[in-house]
Ligand binder design. Structure first.
Ligand code: PLP
Length: 392
């Protein structure tokens, strides 16, 4: 294969070599079940506990507040269903937003069928919820507020501390889906008043299929998966030891020199956005201009179909995405872009390029160069664009 530029780091990231090196022995030599009492078992158990400490440290949480899961979706499902069922006597109302990941939205739809009432908050043109609106929707029946930390499509970061403060003042649990934020933004669960937080290792150079739910001590929550006594009786199933070990190493590495890495990402991100706006007309930046994930670029090219753009980029050896990883492949415009007020036809032409630790300035320039060519070619086939050009 020739030149290949991977710019879909919000979908997933490659496992870093140091992470893989730590994981490998747990597949072959150190394969004991953490529940077994002999040495091989306790070796695995210790490794799991060391990772728990690393995850806890990264969030300023206590080790007994970290519970390993099989990824972000499981953590989201557990937070919502677990809190909903355990607190049913107190109330049946949950507040979330219209731009959550489907891990939250589809779980909410499920809970609605079980008799819970869900409020889906609107967002502004940048994807930010209105705190006054949040306060107004709270009732005596509200048991949980679940608002994502950073959006997976447009990168917008929510006012998490303020949301946490509102929830705390009202005695309501606050969950945040921080799958896109952990490893990329400094997070202190105490400072931000967070009660539950979901994370997934594959978004910060760890392995896929492993994640965690942070549960503040004292939060009333039912288990999602019943069975053995693992995770202190709260999440059954033999632990994914190599995955958990990898996540521990990955989170440790992610927070080393974070400011430096983010400075570089912001520089690359802004270079890309500026060049696109310089060279291509009828473009729109989606998400907040500054209050966004350091590596997130999300733009709409008018008169273009996002899917055709992605295929052409793929042919040029460039991996990007339109909408979230889970929705690309369908022709429905993204619910996030519709929620920020984009009309259907414009939402269809969206492109997300998410930069990561391995991307370079040279790659940014290459992608923009290809984008200029591809956008011009695709627009030359659009009668609508030809008309707009004539009017100009
Ligand atoms: C914001 C957000 N939440 C949840 C998930 C689901 O995580 P996982 O794929 O690990 O289940 C993702 C994955 O893209 C995400 O971006």
């Amino acid at each position: 294969m020739g030149k290949y530029v991977y710019m879909d780091n919000s979908a997933t990231t490659p496992v870093k070599q140091e992470v893989l090196d730590e994981m490998l022995p747990y597949f072959t030599e150190k394969y004991g079940n953490p529940s077994s009492i002999y040495t091989l078992g306790s070796q695995s158990r210790n490794a799991v506990e060391i990772s728990r400490e690393k995850v806890a440290k990264a969030l300023n949480a206590k080790t007994n507040e970290i519970f390993f899961t099989a990824g972000g979706s499981e953590a989201d499902n557990w937070a919502l269903k677990g809190v909903a069922y355990a607190n049913r006597k107190k109330g049946n109302h949950i507040i979330t937003s219209k731009i959550e990941h489907h891990g939250i939205l589809h779980t909410c739809e499920y809970l609605e069928k079980q008799g819970f009432r869900i409020t889906y908050l609107d967002v502004d043109e940048y994807g930010i919820i209105d705190l006054k609106e949040l306060e107004k929707t709270i009732t005596d029946e509200t048991i949980l507020i679940s608002i994502m930390f950073a959006n997976n499509e447009i990168g917008t970061i929510q006012p998490i501390k303020e949301i946490g403060r509102i929830a705390k003042d009202k005695g309501i649990y606050f969950h945040t889906d921080a799958v896109q934020a952990v490893g990329h933004i400094k997070i202190d669960v105490d400072e931000l008043n967070i009660d539950l937080l979901s994370l997934a290792a594959h978004k910060f150079y760890g392995p896929k299929g492993v994640g965690a739910l942070y549960i503040r001590q004292g939060v009333k929550i039912d288990p999602l998966i019943s069975g053995g006594a693992q995770e202190r009786n709260r999440r059954a199933g033999t632990e994914n030891v190599p995955g958990i070990v990898g996540m521990g190493k990955a989170i440790e590495l992610a927070y080393e020199n974070l400011d430096e890495k983010n400075d570089k990402l912001i520089r690359l991100r802004d270079r890309m956005i500026n060049k696109i706006f310089d060279k291509i007309d009828h473009v729109r930046l989606n998400g907040h201009p500054t209050n966004r994930l350091p590596g997130n670029v999300n733009v709409c090219f008018e008169f273009i179909e996002g899917e055709s753009l992605l295929l052409s980029l793929d042919m040029a050896g460039i991996a990007g995405s339109s909408g979230s990883a889970c929705t690309s492949g369908t022709l429905e415009p993204s619910h996030v872009l519709l929620a920020i007020g984009l009309p259907h036809e414009i939402a269809h032409g969206s492109l997300r390029l998410s930069l990561g630790d391995f991307n370079t300035e040279e790659e940014v320039d290459y992608v923009v160069e290809k984008l200029i060519e591809i956008v011009a070619r695709l627009r030359s086939m659009s009668p609508l664009y030809e008309k707009v050009k004539e009017v100009k």
